[in-house]
Design a protein around this ligand. Structure first.
Ligand code: AKB
Length: 327
């Protein structure tokens, strides 16, 4: 393969994939970044700013055809079923998250691609993990199907690196907060939906308790972490697809209070549902010293700066009449 990156992003219409694809197009050239969706329609900017195709990641032949046809040498495999949907449809979560990953790894191995990125998650942790700050190396005994697939995925990637010498990298994403594409089916989705309600002038009914503290991150930091890890000098990395990364940790009530400073009169009430059990099985914060040491990770946004930027961006969307109902 030559030096030009030829990138395929699976799950490109999703919350992270949609913004990651545009950032990769900016960086490596629009024509070099192929966005692959599955069922949801892409936004016009995603569809029109570079190549777009449809792939069901559980169908290896579709994936292989795209890698061959577009001469792909780097895959960002962002397709996934998240924690809340995974509890409702555990078999589907296994098929998409594990069969899909196996297909990506096998196609990448067979066609000798340069790099694969796999998002992991704080969902790899479980109730036996130290709750206040999850260490990098710790007990991984999740109680959700999503978590089970993410632990298996990390181990599968490690196996492919060690057995076949492949370059596979990945991060344990916390809850990602963003203003462009809504998340689909996660436990941390409340930390996004609350902003849409506030900007629409509505009260928000939060599906976890007010004292629920979880690790979170703003999308610009998520994109930066993802690209920085993929560009890091491989000889500095002692880990593969399982780097802890931290940015923010706050309770649901602290987030509501921060929003209330900018949206006077905003109210949030709490009606925990089945997602509370998932949230309670995850740590409040994670230790990301390996990421800081091995590829110089550090976040740019804290709770006040993230909140202000979210409100500004969503207010702009509301002015354009482009604010979907996220509740
Ligand atoms: C979820 O809530 O399922 C995801 C995640 C933390 O991976 N946002």
């Amino acid at each position: 393969m030559g030096n030009t990156k030829r990138i395929l992003v699976t799950g490109a219409v999703g919350q992270i994939g949609s913004e990651l694809t545009l950032a990769l197009r900016d960086r490596y050239g629009s024509e070099n970044v192929v966005a692959a969706g599955h069922r949801s329609q892409p936004s016009p900017v995603l569809r029109d700013s570079g190549p777009f195709t449809w792939i069901d990641v559980t169908d290896r032949s579709q994936l292989k055809a795209a890698v061959v046809d577009y001469k792909i040498n780097t895959i960002y495999h962002m397709s996934a079923i998240l924690s809340a949907v995974g509890e409702k449809k555990p078999q589907l979560a296994w098929e998409v998250n594990i069969d899909g990953l196996t297909n990506v790894l096998e196609v990448a191995r067979e066609l000798n691609t340069d790099q694969v990125f796999l998002p992991s998650s704080i969902a790899v942790f479980g109730p036996e993990t130290p709750r206040d700050c999850a260490p990098q190396n710790t007990v991984l005994r999740p109680t959700t199907m999503y978590g089970v697939t993410k632990v298996a995925g990390e181990l599968l990637c490690k196996y492919y690196v060690e057995r076949f010498g492949m370059d596979i990298r990945g991060l344990r994403y916390p809850g990602i907060i963003s203003s462009e594409t809504l998340p689909g089916g996660g436990t941390t989705d409340y930390a996004v939906a609350i902003f849409y309600a506030a900007v629409a002038g509505k009260p928000y009914v939060c599906f976890v308790r007010e004292d629920t503290v979880l690790p979170m991150m703003y999308m610009p930091d998520c994109i930066k972490a993802t690209i920085d890890l993929m560009e890091a000098d491989r000889s500095r990395l002692s880990r593969h697809a399982d780097f802890n990364i931290a940015a923010l940790s706050f309770s649901a009530s602290a987030l509501a209070a921060e929003i209330g400073k900018l949206v006077p009169g905003f109210t949030c009430t709490y009606e925990p549902d089945f997602r509370q059990r998932i949230a309670d099985s995850w740590p409040k914060a994670v230790d990301d010293s390996a990421a800081r040491k091995q590829w110089d990770w550090q976040p740019d946004y804290d709770l006040p700066s993230m909140t202000r930027d979210m409100i500004d961006r969503l207010s702009e969307r509301a002015r354009r009449g482009d604010l979907p109902d996220a509740t």
